[in-house]
Design a protein around this ligand. Structure first.
Ligand code: ADP
Length: 574
């Protein structure tokens, strides 16, 4: 069945999660329903009791006993209601956190290629909203809406039974007017939905222009160019467009609200008229009059609540379907034999192709990497270097061709085990909000690492998040080396380093790369001369391969790029 419309399945999913993560909380959540319905009925019964005592001249002791019992029940239920409200908040917070943890777990273990895809990213964004975004994240908020709906339904049934006792016609008038109100409020909601998209678009347009116009950095540009009047003109247009939509919404909802008020007046007048008439006729007692009188407004509250709850639940079911789809996406290891390896000795790529959706990004790549070899991967932006690295790391699988690790196909490897063999420093990195030592070791440890401290030039107990860009880069290098992976990947590792630190890294690189396969990625050719083999990529292909000397001798693309870059860097550095 299409999960989008699988409301039953989504509801089962939500409730099974509540029960799994907070059984007592779930019971409390459902207990709110009878309490919310019974409490106002009993409260309305209190004045009836008082008037009845006078009407029938009850025995004083009997009256006090009845009053005490009723008040105590009301008091207990009121306390219960308060407690259940507080418990609901705790329940919502806990459920949201559990969803967040479940989502994170999936994020860490799911197939990377799926996650990176447009669909995966979009799915993840929606999940975040469902699982953990503020107190009202849908996963937990569904409890409020579902119990709200059930309370309204139970309230309507109970109140109908009570009013039906005095007159079926009165009940018909009340229900009729309430349903007209319900219809109108759902129309307002529908209209709100339709205009919401236009409002959001208008608001975004306005705020985008507003943000640009108020940016400190562009104040100079605004003064020196014609951008100021252009911005003002478009800001005004966006404001008018937005205000038109808002105005239409206000007019429409005011009209609808007028009809709603009319319904309320008709209902209240006919109910009160009927009740007064019944008392005068002697059909009901004055005490009963009081009781029904207090219940009338509650009736419309139950009915009015329904449309909001249903609308919200419909939306939540849709989001829930997205969440379910996300967490059932395949994990890293989809297929294969899961062969573990102790060390990466050699890597071979045979006729490897890779495409993102329809566009081919890598074409017929044939390569071999061996231990103790320093390889540089160079090429202009968009040449395919990062994609090739993702394939080597096992994050993507080739669209065609094969990657062999120690002669074993990557598809048959235990990928989680393979990841453990890789030490990598990427340009987008992760600094954990803890000290430098923990950021290097990625575990709680008492390792001394004194000589590392000297190399890094920062205390290991220092908070890592406050390090400078260059210090962070050094720390990430230390993390990669500490892991002792047999495949070392450094993606532009010198970008944030000062010239001295950069020079030092080149000098030490041979040592760092010893006994490993190491791959150094850079768009700056002068920084890779020391490597044993340079692979020049262009448009998804390896177009030249060799040492710096060999490639310069070849007088081809590498030499051209090297010389062009040489001019550029010299000009910029002078
Ligand atoms: P490099 O690292 O050499 O700059 P990349 O491997 O990042 O190059 O990108 C190679 C090509 O693949 C580029 O044309 C880029 O636009 C495209 N590309 C990269 N990532 C994606 C993606 N997730 N979806 C679609 N195309 C992508």
């Amino acid at each position: 069945m299409n999960k989008k419309n699988d409301n039953k399945g989504n509801m089962r999913f939500l409730i099974s999660r509540w029960l799994r993560w907070d059984k007592i909380g779930t019971v409390c959540v459902f207990l709110r329903i009878p309490v919310a319905v019974i409490l106002p009925i009993l409260t309305a019964f209190l004045p009836q009791l008082l008037v009845s005592a006078i009407e029938f001249q009850w025995d004083f002791l009997y009256f006090v006993k009845a009053l005490l019992i009723l008040s105590s029940v009301i008091l207990i239920l009121t306390m219960m209601s308060r407690f259940l409200e507080a418990r609901l908040k705790e329940f919502q917070a806990g459920i949201s956190m559990h969803y967040a943890v479940e989502m994170m777990h999936k994020l860490i273990h799911m197939d990377y290629e799926r996650l990176e895809s447009y669909e995966g990213r979009a799915q993840f964004q929606r999940c975040k909203k469902f699982a953990f975004e503020g107190e009202q994240a849908d996963g937990a908020w569904s409890a409020v809406r579902l119990t709200g709906l059930l309370t309204s339904l139970l309230g309507i049934v109970s109140y109908s039974a009570l009013f039906g006792r005095i007159s079926i016609w009165l009940l018909a008038v009340i229900l009729g007017s309430c349903f007209v109100e319900l219809f109108i409020s759902s129309r307002i909601i529908q209209f709100g939905d339709q205009t919401e998209n236009q409002m959001v678009r208008g608001e975004m347009e306005f705020f985008y222009l507003y943000r640009i116009a108020t940016q400190k950095e562009i104040e100079k540009d605004i003064r020196l160019s014609r951008a100021g009047s252009w911005l003002m003109k478009h800001l005004k247009q966006a404001e008018n467009k937005y205000m038109d939509v808002m105005h239409a919404y206000t007019v429409q909802s005011t009209r609808s609200l007028g009809i709603q008020v009319l319904c309320t007046i008709i209902r209240d007048f006919s109910t009160f008229g009927f009740l007064v008439f019944s008392v005068l006729q002697g059909d009901i007692l004055a005490s009963e009059f009081l009781f029904y009188f207090s219940l009338v407004t509650g009736f419309s509250d139950w009915i009015n609540g329904i449309s909001g709850h249903i609308k919200s639940l419909k939306r939540i079911m849709l989001e829930c379907a997205h969440y379910r789809r996300f967490i059932s996406m395949p994990n890293v290891q989809k297929e294969g034999k899961r062969i573990p390896i102790d060390k990466i000795e050699n890597i071979e790529l045979r006729h490897v192709y890779f495409s993102y959706a329809d566009s081919i990004v890598l074409r017929d790549i044939n390569l071999c990497f061996r231990v103790d070899e320093n390889i540089a991967l160079v090429g202009a932006n968009g040449a395919g270097k990062t994609t090739l690295i993702k394939l080597l790391c096992g994050l993507y699988q080739p669209t065609e061709g094969e990657i062999l690790i120690n002669g074993i196909s990557m598809r048959d490897l235990d990928l989680e085990n393979y990841y453990m063999q890789i030490s990598a420093v990427f340009q987008e990195y992760m600094v954990l909000p803890t000290n430098v030592l923990c950021n290097i070791t990625l575990r709680e440890t008492n390792d001394e690492l004194k000589e590392w401290e000297k190399e890094l030039g920062v205390a290991l107990n220092k908070e890592a998040t406050i390090l400078s860009g260059g210090q962070k880069q050094k720390m990430l290098l230390a993390r990669a080396l500490y892991k002792k992976g047999s495949l070392l990947i450094l993606d532009e590792p010198t970008a944030a380093l000062d010239p001295l630190a950069e020079e030092k890294l080149y000098q030490q690189y041979k040592d760092l790369a010893k006994d490993r396969i190491s791959i150094f990625i850079s768009h700056r050719l002068s920084s890779t001369q020391f490597c044993d083999r340079i692979l020049l990529m262009d448009n998804g292909e390896i177009i030249e391969e060799g040492t710096h000397r060999e490639l310069m001798k070849k007088n081809g693309a590498y030499k051209r790029m090297f010389e062009e870059q040489g001019h550029y860097y010299q000009e910029n550095e002078s």
